[in-house]
Design a protein around this ligand. Structure first.
Ligand SMILES: Nc1nc2c(ncn2[C@@H]2O[C@H](COP(=O)(O)OP(=O)(O)O)[C@@H](O)[C@H]2O)c(=O)[nH]1
Ligand SMILES: [Mg+2]
Ligand SMILES: [Zn+2]
Length: 307
């Protein structure tokens, strides 16, 4: 049998078949993942083959080739990584200008991740019902900046419903990863799009469990009009495993574009002579904020700040 992994409970994978039947599956003992050291060989979004002799349970025997997958380092101690999701069509950083403020470097960190995996990204600015005139002015600046680089953006509010229909239409028929700081309203947005509570939110009662995540494993929500949303639990950010320091500039499209004018082919755009990127920052062709994110992500790549 064949199906799509829609949930990982830690001990079981929930696999949904084409007909919409769910099977709780385990991974066959002999099965080995070939290409990656991972704490979870199977991830949500994986298309798997499984054997079943019972009504509702099965054994996964193979995974179809993935078109992409997103990983997170499991801990500082181990080099193993956790696959968050596979076969994504769209990456949606959900960010907020306020309550809480998402830092520009974190926004860029998420976009760099999308670029590194080659997944199209659309930035969602959420909770816009809470923004005062100053926040809205700041937001306009951000929108202009990200549009100029080539990213689409959307304003949303689960309270007023603004942007919710547009977002639902954008996601229709796709497997989309929602990512962003905890508390920005990802789960509430999923519920707003679906018109019912499908994703658990961080409401008042769960604030008692300080530091604990509502869920530990990734889960995909099947949307009514087709498509799935992966709502990553408590993901503060994830390192792009194996992203080399001198590759980071490739994931800032505007920096990459300007870097072709640098005197040295291996220019890192720090303080080399004839650096076209630094010139572009000085003439405001590249934003200072983006350039600072570039430097910051470069510095952090060997550290653990974002994990
Ligand atoms: N004012 C306002 N509050 C929101 C909005 N979306 C979510 N919230 C609140 O923000 C908190 C965190 O939401 P949640 O969906 O759990 O965030 P998540 O951690 O990103 O999944 C909850 O108290 C929500 O009620 C919004 O659009 N406007
Ligand atoms: Mg949530
Ligand atoms: Zn340069």
């Amino acid at each position: 049998m064949e199906g799509l992994v829609i949930k990982n409970t830690g001990s079981w994978y929930i696999v949904r078949t084409e007909e919409g039947r769910d099977y709780a599956c385990k991974v066959k003992g002999t099965f080995r993942l070939r290409d990656i050291r991972s704490t979870n060989p199977v991830a949500v979004g994986d298309r798997v083959y499984f054997e079943t002799d019972k009504e509702e349970t099965g054994l996964i025997s193979d995974i179809a080739d993935r078109k992409n997958y997103i990983i997170r380092r499991s801990s500082n101690l181990s080099k193993a990584s956790q696959i968050i999701a596979a076969n994504l069509d769209l990456f949606v950083p959900v960010v907020t200008v306020r309550h809480p403020e998402t830092s520009p470097v974190f926004i860029d960190r998420l976009l760099v991740t999308a670029e590194a995996y080659g997944i199209p990204a659309v930035l969602v600015f959420n909770k816009i019902d809470l923004y005062d005139p100053f926040d809205l002015e700041y937001l306009e600046g951000l929108e202009t900046l990200y549009h100029s680089i080539g990213y689409g953006t959307l304003r949303t509010s689960s309270v007023t419903g603004e942007g919710v229909d547009e977002l639902r239409a954008l996601l229709s028929g796709k497997v989309t990863l929602f990512s962003g700081n905890s508390g920005v309203g990802k789960s509430t947005l999923v519920n707003a799009m679906e018109g019912e509570e499908v994703a658990r939110t961080n409401d008042i009662s769960s604030y008692h469990k300080k530091g604990m995540h509502t869920t530990t494993f990734s889960e995909m929500y099947a949307m009514k009009n087709g498509g799935y949303i992966v709502d990553t639990p408590g993901v503060k950010g994830f390192g792009v495993v194996d992203m080399k320091k001198d590759e980071i500039s490739h994931y800032f499209p505007e920096i990459f574009r300007e870097s072709k004018g640098c005197r040295f082919a291996n220019c890192q755009h720090i303080n080399e002579p004839g650096c076209a990127v630094k010139e572009a920052v000085e003439s405001h062709v590249i934003s200072e904020s983006r350039y600072n994110s570039y430097l910051s992500i470069r510095d952090d790549e060997s550290e653990s700040k974002y994990r």
